[in-house]
Design a protein around this ligand. Structure first.
Ligand SMILES: [Zn+2]
Ligand SMILES: [Zn+2]
Ligand SMILES: [Zn+2]
Length: 326
């Protein structure tokens, strides 16, 4: 396994066969009674019967013990898959989806995401920590048991780099955060807002890439998901996320969800070091959810230009009207 860089787009691609450690057969490897054979990185509650659990990914794309071994191959750049890859088991119950958990339980999952991001960022070699969730076969989920994944990489993923660069440019011109500006305008216009809980907003972005794309954001500025501002009420975020997912699942049970937060600034050197100065002011964490409404949108990430036949204003209206109750 190795990570190669496309010299044109500068995106890193993990190449190679994934290690298949064992065939798990019929038994779900995340179920109680099975998963305990893997040493947990974290369990909650800390004592007694676990309700949630973080384990190393059994077929990790990145591994902590790997040497980054950055090497050139002629004009190309490659490196070893140094990093971390973890699985967050969101509930011990095999048949429960994240959207079916209580607000408290969802809040706990958000808290664990934040804990793992903060912990992995202590390693200065890791430039970025991603938290994402693929739910449903169409989204390429690895197991049907509710789980999310955390990866730490020695590079910043391309989309985040784009976001950082744009946010930085916006800030340079206006001395304002582009995400804060988006929330203000959406608040005023209202037509793309799906739901609100306290200071948290769910909206269909103006240039939605797929039908029913939703972003969840805090209207108060903060560049770090893993470090809530004093007074930030994550219970409200959990309640809002639950309602948004239940609404989206009426349109499609499959989705990609990703948390976008600031990169690791422990290592002041490297390609993005110029941005660190205003990062705390110019970047703003958010959660992006891309439902998979039709088979065609499955390959959304490799399309050259997104074509979305469904207006975000229509999508927001439909989602607002649908019943978010469990
Ligand atoms: Zn299971
Ligand atoms: Zn902001
Ligand atoms: Zn983003």
């Amino acid at each position: 396994m190795e990570i190669r860089r496309d010299p044109i787009t500068q995106s890193w691609v993990v190449c190679g066969q994934r290690e298949r450690l064992s065939e798990t057969g019929e038994q779900c490897p995340l179920d109680p009674g099975v998963v305990e054979s893997t040493k947990a990185i974290l369990t909650w509650p800390a004592e007694g019967v676990w309700q949630g659990r973080v384990i190393p990914h059994p077929e990790a794309l990145y591994r902590v013990e790997n040497d980054p071994g950055r090497a050139a191959e002629g004009i190309y750049d490659k490196m070893g898959p140094l990093g971390a890859h973890e699985v967050v088991i969101e509930t011990r119950e095999h048949d429960k989806k994240l959207s079916e958990l209580s607000d408290d339980e969802i809040e706990r999952v958000l808290w664990v995401w934040g804990l793992r991001i903060a912990d992995l960022k202590k390693d200065a070699r890791f430039k970025y920590v991603s938290v994402f969730k693929n739910q449903g076969a169409l989204a390429g989920e690895e197991w049907p048991h509710a789980h999310s994944e955390v990866t730490a990489t020695i590079f910043v993923p391309r989309r985040i780099k784009y976001e950082l660069e744009s946010a930085h440019e916006w800030y340079k011109d206006r001395e304002r955060c582009v995400f804060c500006d988006i929330v203000r305008q959406e608040e005023k216009q209202g037509k793309r807002i799906v739901d609100v809980q306290g200071d948290y907003y769910a909206l269909c972005p103006y240039a939605s890439r797929v039908p029913f794309e939703v972003w969840v954001m805090h209207r108060r500025h903060n560049h770090l998901f893993e470090q809530p501002r004093p007074g930030a009420n994550r219970k409200q975020l959990a309640a809002l996320l639950g309602r948004v997912l239940r609404r989206l699942e009426k349109v499609s049970p499959a989705f990609h969800l990703v948390v976008h937060t600031s990169p690791n600034t422990r290592n002041k050197k490297g390609e993005l070091s110029g941005y660190w100065k205003t990062l705390a002011e110019d970047y703003h964490w958010h959660i992006e959810i891309m439902p998979i409404v039709e088979k065609r949108s499955k390959s959304y990430s490799i399309k050259e230009v997104y074509f979305n036949a469904f207006l975000p204003e229509q999508a927001a209206e439909e989602l607002r009207a649908s019943d978010p109750n469990p």
